[in-house]
Ligand binder design. Structure first.
Ligand code: GLY
Ligand code: MN
Ligand code: MN
Length: 446
């Protein structure tokens, strides 16, 4: 997605909604800084999600200012045109073109931000700001407030209230609009294709990083800008390390490989996990564990619809997993005991999902006033139960080192949920069929 795919009317409408939620006051939202990787090389640049949600503007060194009230307006502060730098780094919009292209009421050089805020903050009741997100910006915000306060004897009133602007934007981001859902569907489709490709490429003797390369190739050839997070390609017992990212081990005959990877397209993340046999066939023990996780996921998906509480999918998954762990002789005692004492946490230690959107773990509270939030149409989340069975003396040997997670991205609708990532195979029959159809023939190169 290039900037030209963006719709300034859409972003303008979001800014208007934020101004309405603020009622009065000034909001200031800086974008993310560029970060040095070493010496004069930078990490790939990624804008701040809140800033981008409200602007669609992808350049660094920029800030959005919103003036709420009877006549709300939005101002962009950005880099000026610079012929010399544009030879090296490419286009900079500059304030004039940015104002026109992105639909701001005003745009100014970013160097003018401090002076302009002294004017704008005078006689305003509140400053809305991402408080605590960045120490340097916090200090700068205190500087603006103190500078306005220095004028009180001239009759100027300084804001009495500083409020975290992110809380208001998080509420907006929680329910996706049609444009966001369109982008998320494309990110999901690309990520499903990448998982299919990695499934087809897996075989004994390959390395985890070779599958990672297949994923990244598919993301990029399809126009996705980045992986949404560091891909996990975990063969055998590596799957029991939840945040495994080394991806440098040999894939062995008889092992499973767990792949957790999704692309970022136009700022929006997909987040998919599939677990499949390196050699194309699940063993008996692997099949038992896999079917159990799949059943837990089906139970959780059955609880994702408008009106359900956030914890209901998780509780449904846990109930299925805990019963299955008893059947596998990994837990003793009654089901109710396992649930109450949370003994299942030895094998299932994470929650069953999270909001998904511009951030892979997206904006939005999970509880409000001590109560789990109610799901509503337009919310997007992951559903991702798993089991991680480390080798131990009290664990049957045939289950040692089996780690399985199955993760889909879903959209809450009125009556049920829509699985956005259904194109990545997950039944045992579909996985084995895909791998059978692509198994190398005798004489093929490795
Ligand atoms: N890939 C991160 C997660 O599944 O939450
Ligand atoms: Mn996830
Ligand atoms: Mn994931």
């Amino acid at each position: 997605m290039k900037a030209d795919d963006l719709d300034p009317i859409l972003h303008g409408a979001r800014r208007a909604r934020l101004a309405q939620a603020m009622q009065a006051g000034i909001a200031v939202l800086p974008t993310a800084p560029e970060r040095v990787r070493n010496r004069d090389s930078h990490y790939p640049y990624r804008y701040d999600s809140h800033f981008y949600y409200l602007t669609g503007f992808a350049e660094p060194e920029a800030a959005l200012v919103i003036v709420a009230g009877a006549q709300p307006k939005s101002l962009l502060f950005c880099r000026e045109k610079n012929a010399e730098r544009e030879i090296w780094d490419g286009l900079r919009y500059g304030p004039e073109a940015a104002r026109e292209r992105f639909g701001f009421d005003e745009a100014h050089p970013v160097s003018a931000l401090d002076a302009k805020l002294l004017e704008l903050l005078a006689d305003q009741p509140a400053l809305y700001f991402p408080v605590g997100a960045d120490a340097a910006w916090d200090a700068r915000a205190i500087g603006w407030l103190n500078a306005v306060r220095a004028n009180v004897r001239a009759g100027v009133c300084a804001p009495e209230r500083v409020q975290d602007v992110r809380a208001l934007i998080d509420e907006m981001r929680l329910v996706k609009d049609a444009h966001e859902l369109g982008v998320m569907r494309r990110a999901a489709a690309i990520s499903c294709a990448a998982h299919r490709r990695a499934m087809q490429a897996a075989r004994p003797g390959r390395y985890e990083y070779e599958l990672e390369a297949e994923l990244l190739h598919e993301f990029r050839r399809s126009g996705a800008q980045f992986p949404a997070y560091s891909p996990i390609v975990a063969g055998g017992a590596n799957a029991c390390v939840l945040h495994y990212v080394a991806n440098d081990a040999l894939l062995r005959d008889g092992d499973l490989v767990l792949i957790d990877a999704g692309c970022e397209l136009g700022g929006y993340a997909a987040d998919i996990t599939r677990t499949h046999p390196v050699n194309g066939r699940f063993s008996g023990a692997q099949r038992e564990v896999y079917e159990l996780v799949l059943a837990a996921q089906a139970a959780a998906l059955g609880q994702v619809c408008s009106g359900k509480a956030w914890n209901e999918p998780h509780d449904a998954a846990v109930r299925v997993l805990a019963q299955g762990l008893r059947d596998l002789k990994l837990l003793s005692g009654s089901l109710e005991e396992a649930l109450e004492k949370e003994t299942y946490k030895r094998f299932y230690m994470h929650r069953t999902g999270h909001w998904l959107g511009l951030d892979v773990h997206d904006a939005g509270d999970y509880k409000r006033a001590g109560k789990w939030r109610t799901l509503a149409p337009g919310m997007t989340l992951t559903v991702e139960p798993g089991l991680y069975i480390r080798a131990a003396a009290d664990v049957p040997e045939r289950l040692h080192g089996i780690g399985v997670r199955i993760e889909d991205d879903v959209l809450v609708t009125e009556a049920a949920c829509e699985v956005l990532t259904a194109a990545a195979p997950k039944s045992i029959a579909d996985i084995e069929a895909l791998k059978r159809d692509t198994r190398p023939r005798a004489g093929d190169a490795r």
